[in-house]
Design a protein around this ligand. Structure first.
Ligand code: NAD
Length: 473
């Protein structure tokens, strides 16, 4: 835990203009070297093991998932930065309009200064390190506050940062709301927050006091729309995977299903088959499966349990799963039908392995429902009909879309990743993150002549006639 005075000391050290100017003017080579330090650290086998052990203690994350969902995406982002940074750092020349003859215009990407990164617990390595990589690439000083809930991993991140970076470059402040609140009082140049919409509002209010820039990567209810024209087995398998990966604790996990009435039974049947195939091949029960994770803590377990109990109390039917063991924070993947909008399960982000299913008859019913709900991080359209895909794409608002695919937008650093309004603000990933953490400084430079003097008073009629001519006024 870092005390208030310690937090202030680190911020003062990092935001000292001598430090920020030095980092801002750091060369491509220096930045690459810093990012490579992180890469080498992660690639080292014993460090990798420390990270994997921490993730197991926090989330019972199987080593395979550590590799696929934490380490690999982090390393791929590093590769992407190393490949593109030289280009991103270059001044970007833009054409000048006719009123600027004799001048050139360009954008200089310079660091914003001192950044605060606040990360959540569900993918604590990836969601801490990928913003960090881009923040370093853009030449900033950074304070990272990982989640207190994934405490073992946060400690591992703190040790890693201490080992490979100087405090004036990157520092980790471990802690919870108290420490985050102290940090948020400080005039950071930019705050990148990943977490819930409720805390996102707190972050944005605090940022307003200092007019700090903000990027909010939030959550929400991402629906899967199934119109019955696709391959039900494949769709059910993908949905089951998305809903059970990390025990449903993924920001872009399928939150609920909207399915054509006639497709309901076969979807349920294929979903059950898929879950059993993934986690129950020996018929020992899912609680014995090494591949199946747990709800992170008691508080979140109670939250998900309340959502489930509320649904059942209000008339929902459990058609699959439903078993949960509090002491083990184990919850079976659970399918609910007869779901209505007044249930918590349709009002709050579930962030757990419960999947409510609602049926529809007309495509317009789907749109009517979605238009009443806040715009989600993602919408998944499962259909083989081009007309339906375009209809759902054109009539819905979301941060991203998966068409017959699930949860893959953040995997491609060429795509902007992020939400809209309740699901977030600003986009991350690849160049989007680099730009987000940079001040895009617009620069106009005189090359020859002095065109400006033509508009000095006393005004000459001919000049204004010329201006009117240009815009056909
Ligand atoms: P959270 O909002 O509770 O916490 C996120 C971070 O904010 C943590 O570091 C926490 O310590 C800090 N925090 C908590 N309360 C705070 C307060 N009052 N003031 C300042 N800081 C505070 O979120 P979580 O439970 O860690 O993560 C789950 C949420 O994150 C879900 O809503 C999920 O959808 C979202 N999420 C979004 C993304 C994305 O990329 N869009 C990724 C992962 C998770």
């Amino acid at each position: 835990m870092n005390s208030k005075s310690e937090i202030n000391r680190i911020f003062k050290l990092q935001s000292d203009p001598i430090n920020t100017t030095r980092l801002r003017n750091s060369s491509y080579k220096e930045r690459v070297e810093k990012i490579k330090r992180l890469e080498s650290f992660i690639l080292n086998e014993s460090n990798h093991q420390i990270i994997a052990d921490a993730l197991y203690k926090d989330l019972r994350k199987p080593n395979e998932e550590v590799i696929t969902t934490e380490i690999t995406p982090t390393l791929l982002n590093i590769k992407h930065v190393l490949k593109n940074l030289k280009n991103w750092m270059k001044d970007e020349h833009v054409p000048s309009p006719i009123t600027m003859v004799g001048m050139s215009s360009y954008v200089k990407y310079e660091s914003k200064g001192t950044l605060l990164l606040i990360s959540p617990w569900n993918y604590p390595i990836f969601l801490s390190l990928y913003p960090l990589i881009y923040a370093i690439a853009a030449g900033n000083a950074i304070i990272l506050k990982p989640s207190e809930i994934s405490s073992y991993t946060s400690k591992a991140i703190a040790n890693m940062v201490q080992t490979i970076y100087e405090e004036h470059e990157v520092a980790v402040v471990e802690g919870s709301v108290e420490e985050a609140t102290e940090l948020l009082k400080l005039p950071f140049n930019h705050i990148h927050f990943t977490g819930s919409p409720n805390v996102g509002k707190i972050v944005m209010k605090a940022a307003a006091e200092n007019l700090s820039g903000v990027t909010l990567e939030l959550g929400g209810k991402s629906p899967v729309i199934i119109d019955g024209t696709g391959d039900t087995k494949e769709i059910a398998e993908k949905t089951a995977w998305g809903k059970t990966l990390n025990c449903g604790q993924t920001c872009i996990a399928p939150d609920y299903v909207l399915i054509q009435e006639k497709e309901l039974e076969s979807f349920i049947s294929e979903f059950k088959t898929a879950v059993n195939k993934f986690y129950n091949t020996h018929n020992n029960g899912l609680d014995k499966a090494a591949e199946y994770g747990r709800i992170i803590d008691d508080k979140n377990f109670s939250r998900v349990e309340t959502i489930l109990n509320d649904a059942v109390k209000k008339g929902a039917t459990i058609v699959f799963g439903g078993r949960h063991i509090k002491e083990d924070k184990f919850m079976e993947p659970t399918l609910l039908t007869n779901v209505t909008n007044d249930m918590l399960v349709m009002q709050e982000e579930i962030f757990g392995p419960i999947l409510p299913i609602m049926t529809y008859n007309k495509n317009s019913d789907v749109i009517q429902l979605l238009q009443k709900m806040p715009s989600p991080l993602a919408i998944y359209i499962m259909s083989s009909k081009k007309k339906n895909i375009e209809y759902f794409l054109d009539h819905t608002v979301s941060g991203g879309v998966g068409i017959n695919e699930l949860m893959l937008t953040p995997v491609n650093p060429g795509l902007p990743f992020g939400g809209i309004n309740n699901s977030g603000m600003g986009k991350s990933g690849g160049k989007h993150s680099f730009t987000d953490f940079s001040n895009e400084k617009g620069i106009v430079k005189k090359n020859f002549g002095n065109l400006l003097k033509l508009v000095y008073p006393p005004y000459k009629k001919s000049i204004f006639k010329y201006f009117k001519h240009i815009v056909r006024l």
